[in-house]
Structures are given as C-alpha cells and as structure tokens.
Design a protein. Structure first.
Length: 391
C-alpha cells in the first residue's frame, strides 16, 4: 500500500468544521475505492488565527517549507482584515510558492438552488493570474513618507497630471508582465487542449488600461500563435458557415461586457484566462450563478513546479462558526480536484456524485436549506455522514 502525505491547513472560523468533515469523507472514499492500494496520511500545518495563538505568527515559514517539500496541500478559509492589519495569508502563500494560476471550475450540480433560469449552461474553467496586478500589494497610504515620495516622483519627474486629489490620495501600482501573463495563458490553452474544450477567452479591460490589461490580451494572442499555431484558431478567422475545424477557438472580451455576456449566454464560454482582479470578480459572480461560493472549488497551481494548494473559496463566516451550519461543499469539491490531480479519479468522481445525490435528496446544510422546498436541514457533520453513505 502506498501512503500519500498531504499537508492541510484547518483554517479560521468555520474552517475547523468543514475541514474535519471533508477529511473524513476523503478518507472514506479512498478506503472504498483504493482499499489495498493507497491511504492518505494527513499532516496539519499552521496558518491564520490558530498559528498566531500557538507560535505568534500568522504564516510560519515551516508551513511554506512543508508545502514546498510535499508539493501539495489543502486549506480551509483564512481571515484577512479589511482596510488594516496583516496582508492576506492566501495572497502571501500564492506569492511565496509562485502559485501563478488560480483555477476555478464552475458548474451546476443538480439540486442546488440558483438565481438564474438555466444554471446547467454554466460550465467554466477560470484561469486567474495569481501573483501580479493590484494583488501584488504595492500600495501606500496617503500622507505617509512612502506615498509622498511616490507622488512627488510621478508629478515632478513623470509629469503626471491625472491624480485628481493629490493631497489625499493613497497610491497603488499595477504590475502586469509578459512572463506572468504568458505562463498563465499557456496553462489555460494547454488545459483546453488536454480536456477537448472548445474555446479560450482572454478577459481584460484593455480598452482603458492599454499597457497592462491591453498588453495581457496582446501577449495572449501572440503566445497562442507562436506556441499552439496548429491547434488553435482565432475567432476573426472563423467562417460561421464552415464546419468546426476541431481546433481551440481563441477570442477575447472586455471585462464588463464579459460579465453581462456570462449572464445572458454562458454557453458561449468554456476556458477563461484573465488578470488577477478581474478573475476575482468573475469567479464569484459565476459561482453565484450555480448556487454560490459555498459550492465553488478552487486550486492555486504552479504548472512548472507542479506545486498546488486546493482550497475553500469562501470566507471564514465567523457568525456561524461552531454552530454546525457550515456547508463543506466548496472544500469537498476542491478535494475532488486534488484527487484528480493525484490521479485518484475514481475517488474524485465518487465524491462529486455522492455530494450531488445527497443534495438532490433535499438533505442540505443551512445555506442551501433556505432556498429549497421540502428540504431536510442537516448539520455539517450529518451532511458529511450522508455523503459517506452515498459514496
């Protein structure tokens, strides 16, 4: 029997509940489908509030080192203060480990209530650049020494005249590089090819931010032509009367138009490649269309080093922590992505099927119960048990 060591971070708030439930379900699936072949050894790592309580740091170096050693991990949600306090631990992990792709698959599972008429038409694979853009964290609070220095340089050295209220403006910098953009777009196109998906859409705001997001778009087309020329076709070259070529269609869309199109005609989109901030917005809106981020999985991946962290994509929900109300669906679906990544596909498929089956039976946690008719309200632990019974 092969033992696979997987580091995990419990997370803050509801993290403890959904992590305990998810690890129990994963163990049951592995036991059922790989009884004599594999077992998982879970290695807890510290991050967030629990880490600060135990070692006085929100993200110990030992946690980063362990993920580097094992090249994989799974984590619950971690707290990030708004407008003050420490930087996002999630962002720090992505940057320290260079996990440049945030992969968010979005599809509808039967039985999950949705605010749109045809959520079954949503089937997206969102590749969000994970290390650059505004999320690089290069920003300075107004009236600080650093902010004044940057402001004076922009105004006096660069002749910038577009800072409307210079005396009260905080300033931030948006880096978007050719290397960072191309490796993200390369991963998205390769994913489409490997999974026989119809198109890759470059989503950007290049009409306004011409030299960052506009460049992202241009680099994407350049890379597609140079590295995937015989496997892709550009939307401008398609004759609508001609039969499909079998090639991946490469196209682009301005971000605000894309958000509208995604609501009106989601079936037109398959793989999305986009910058960091756009990807954040798009991922959550798309998740809402299929029932909310409580059912949205996610992974942070470096396809060059093969390092990956799979995560719950929602927040810590401190208002319901410890009450047994939390839905482990997001973390569980992320775990199924992790099992696919490890080539344990039978267990991954079983997790997804069992989760869908339990929801179709109307046996759900509080977030879904509020929006379905004739359902049965289950605690987090009871929901996990029902999933295990349906594996």
């Amino acid at each position: 029997m092969t033992t696979i060591t997987i580091p995990y971070i419990e997370g803050d708030g509801i993290g403890k509940e959904i992590t305990e439930a998810s690890l129990k379900i994963i163990d049951a699936a592995i036991s059922k489908y790989y009884k004599d072949e594999y077992k998982i050894e879970w290695l807890e790592l510290l991050a967030g509030g629990k880490a600060f309580q135990q070692v006085g740091e929100y993200l110990p170096q030992s946690t980063i080192d362990s993920i580097k050693e094992y090249s994989i991990g799974i984590k619950g949600p971690l707290t990030t203060p708004v407008g003050k306090g420490f930087r996002s631990i999630n962002v720090t992990l992505r940057q320290q480990l260079d996990l440049y792709t945030c992969l968010r698959p979005v599809k509808h599972y039967k039985g999950v209530p949705s605010p749109v008429k045809h959520p079954e038409n949503v089937n997206l694979h969102i590749f969000r650049e994970n290390t650059e853009d505004i999320y690089a964290g290069i920003e300075f609070m107004r009236k600080t020494k650093e902010n004044e220095k940057l402001k004076n340089f922009l105004i006096n050295e660069m002749n910038v005249s577009k800072i409307r209220f210079p005396e009260t403006s905080s300033l931030g910098i948006k880096p978007v590089s050719e290397e960072g953009s191309k490796r993200l777009i390369r991963a998205a196109i390769q994913f489409a090819i490997d999974n026989n998906l119809p198109s890759v859409t470059l989503v950007h705001k290049g009409n306004i931010m011409k030299y960052t997001e506009g460049a992202f778009r241009n680099w994407g087309y350049e890379l597609a032509k140079e590295e995937f020329g015989d496997k892709v076709i550009f939307v401008k070259d398609i004759n609508s009367e001609r039969e499909s070529t079998g090639k991946i269609v490469i196209k682009d869309c301005i971000a605000d138009a894309f958000l509208q199109n995604l609501l009106l005609k989601p079936q037109d989109y398959s793989v999305i490649a986009t910058t960091n901030l756009n990807g954040d917005y798009i991922s959550d809106m798309a998740a809402a269309m299929v029932g909310g981020i409580g059912m949205a999985p996610g992974a942070n991946i470096n396809y060059e080093t093969n390092t990956a962290i799979f995560e719950a994509t929602h927040g810590t929900a401190p208002d319901i922590a410890g009450q047994g109300k939390a839905n482990p669906g997001s973390l569980l679906l992320s775990a199924s992505m992790m099992l696919d990544y490890l080539k344990l596909n039978k267990a991954a498929d079983a997790l997804r099927s069992a989760l869908e089956k339990v929801i179709c039976q109307g046996k759900v946690t509080a977030d879904l119960y509020a929006n379905i008719d004739n359902g049965e309200l289950l605690s987090t632990a009871m929901f996990a048990e029902k999933i295990i019974q349906n594996l």
